[in-house]
Design a binder for this molecule. Structure first.
Ligand code: PEP
Ligand code: MG
Length: 591
């Protein structure tokens, strides 16, 4: 470990969100909003404002052309095409001459005038009821902010462009920022806000990036390049760690490595309890390049493909062909094992941030225009995705899952759109599995309460505990101020899970859990005892879950669940689960 620290050590407590220890220089990431100044320009200087506009356009053209060439070299011509569209926006004579006119008539500075004109175009395009035209609104928005940055002499900061090896420290990380994180750029992640089930954290966990969230006031204390340790097990950020602390963490890191090696040693073994009950452990993925990770951790197929990540941080809605290629690659990677592709779950904390701005501001986005609600409204986008998934079903055991279903009404509508797509493909002679399995996420209390009805029209259920808990307990899953009230072991949560399992089983369908609860080894025995058939989790969590499954009996898990159901408070149930977990882990270690 490195040189003697000079400043005194400070310890911040947050929420342990993704396990692991990271040590390195901090990178303070502040997402900058463009603030557009507005002031009057004397008449004789207005010509110079117009000149500034043209200089900014030239500078922006240079930037975009450079990115375009880089993207073409790294990703190919198709991906680079979007930047041709951006270059065309820069050539748009209407935008340029209207800005010039605005400078002349209002006498305001060029930034203010360019902003007024570009906003007018963005709104006009955004309102057109045609996906292609709406995408142009996104192009203009993107280019306009680059021009404004150029006028203001600033550079837009983006995480993906920051390629040093740092611990990223931010107020918040959006899912699209998270999608551009990777282990070579981020040693660890610390945010002032957020919670265990926010999507940036889910991504961090799947990439084995240690994370601590909810560290209030952190940004005012730490500066870029200062040394930090983050402890993703205990939820600590240690600024300017002392030599003693560095040494202690050196030991902790070694101990954790030994534990991980122990878990990985049994990774190839079957996932079966001591009394011979098989428990399929599947993987949650966000992108196709995680398939290898799933295999490395012996995931039995994909229980949840969060397909919306294909739509985040990209400049345009992915077309049918590119989606088909992605789904097909994943399907083929797993042969006969299931690959459950969840249709778009955009909205909530995952609004589309690329070129397509179809998400107006909402005061309660988690109760708003999200997932299936968005898809049923934007059927052009929905159908493109469904056709791509259906086509991929000719190449593996692909299954479709609809998110945020509130009852049979939405399920029927979604299935009707899917049937339209099936009919189209059949008429076109395109191969697809005509008997594809269709399931529903159970993550809204109304769906849980009508699980008996839904089960008649579904091939499987997957309980999304992340949302189910937030909607059941009225706890915003990303609000760190109430994160301590987000209780997976609340008696109401247990009752609902049991109810859904029983209703599913009565109709003869399997019930899995794909929320973060499924990957927490402390809750694994409880969920299995409640009757859950399968679990799906971020790939790195699979080995520990398997180790535990192999250390327990289903009979004991059922007793555990029965006892838990008789208790009346979350901490009591939590303690019961923790004791069960500890006893089984230490019994197996002593074997
Ligand atoms: C869930 O809600 O539990 C779930 C798996 O979906 P997401 O986390 O993507 O909302
Ligand atoms: Mg959900």
């Amino acid at each position: 470990m490195p040189d003697k620290p000079t400043k005194s050590e400070m310890v911040f407590k947050g929420i342990a969100a993704s396990p692991g220890i990271a040590y390195g220089a901090g990178f303070v990431y502040r997402k900058s909003e463009v603030e557009v100044p507005e002031y009057q320009i004397p008449e004789e200087k207005r010509r110079a404002e117009v000149d500034r506009l043209h200089e900014a356009l030239i500078k922006t053209r240079g930037q975009i052309s450079a990115i375009r060439d880089q993207v073409e070299a790294n990703l190919g011509q198709e991906e680079a095409r979007i930047f041709d569209a951006h270059l065309m926006v820069l050539e748009d004579q209407a935008l340029i001459s209207e800005t010039e006119r605005e400078i002349e008539t209002t006498g305001k500075n060029v930034e203010a005038c360019f902003n007024t004109v570009s906003q007018k175009y963005i709104s006009a395009f955004a309102e057109i009821d045609d996906v292609y035209m709406r995408e142009r609104a996104g192009d203009i928005r993107d280019v306009a902010s680059r021009v404004l940055y150029a006028l203001l002499g600033k550079t837009a900061e983006s995480l993906s462009e920051h390629l040093g090896r740092h611990v990223v420290i931010a107020d918040d990380i959006s899912p699209s920022d998270a999608a551009s994180l990777d282990r070579s750029s981020a040693l660890g992640l610390v945010t002032a806000s957020g919670s265990k089930t926010s999507h940036a954290v889910i991504v961090a966990r799947s990439m084995k990036i240690p994370a601590v969230v909810g560290v209030h006031g952190v940004l005012s204390e730490v500066a870029t390049d200062e040394d930090v340790i983050i402890d993703g097990y205990e939820g600590l950020l240690i600024l300017h760690p002392s030599e003693e602390t560095l040494e202690r963490y050196g030991h902790i890191r070694k101990e954790k490595q030994v534990f991980e090696q122990r878990m990985m040693a049994a990774v190839g073994e079957p996932s079966v309890t001591l009394d011979d009950v098989a428990v399929p452990l599947r993987a949650n993925i966000e992108k196709e390049d995680e398939c290898q990770l799933v295999k490395d951790h012996a995931g039995e197929g994909i229980g949840l493909f969060r397909s919306e990540y294909l739509y985040l941080a990209v400049p345009k809605v992915p077309d049918e062909e590119s989606q088909y290629k992605t789904y097909r690659t994943v399907a083929e990677s797993f042969g006969d094992l299931p690959v459950v592709i969840r249709t778009l779950d955009l909205g909530g904390d995952k609004p589309m941030t690329g070129a397509l701005h179809l998400f107006p501001h909402e005061d309660n986005p988690f109760l708003g225009f999200r997932a299936i609600r968005f898809c049923l409204k934007h059927q052009d986008i929905f159908k493109t995705q469904l056709r791509a998934i259906l086509r991929s079903s000719a190449h593996g055991n692909v299954q479709i899952m609809f998110p945020m279903i509130s009852g049979t009404g939405e399920l029927r509508q979604a299935k009707a759109v899917m049937r339209e797509c099936q009919q189209e493909l059949t008429a076109e002679g395109v191969a697809h599995n005509t008997d594809i399995k269709v399931g529903s996420m159970i993550e809204i209390p109304s769906a849980a309460l009508t699980a008996d009805q839904l089960a008649q029209e579904c091939a499987f259920f997957s309980i999304g505990t992340n949302d189910l808990i937030q909607y059941l307990l009225a706890i915003d899953r990303v609000n760190d101020r109430i994160a301590h009230l987000y209780e997976p072991t609340h008696p109401a949560v247990l009752r609902v899970i049991k109810e859904v399992v029983d209703k599913g089983h009565a109709a003869g369908i399997k019930v899995s859990v794909c929320g973060e609860m499924a990957g927490d080894p402390v809750y694994v025995p409880l969920l299995l005892g409640l009757g859950v058939d399968e679990l799906s989790m971020t790939p790195p969590l699979i080995p520990t879950a398997k180790y535990l499954v192999r250390a327990m009996t289903m009979a004991d898990a059922k007793t555990l669940a029965e006892t838990a159901l008789s208790l009346t408070s979350a901490p009591e149930i939590e303690y019961l689960c923790l004791e069960f977990y500890r006893s089984r882990m230490s019994a197996k270690a002593a074997d």
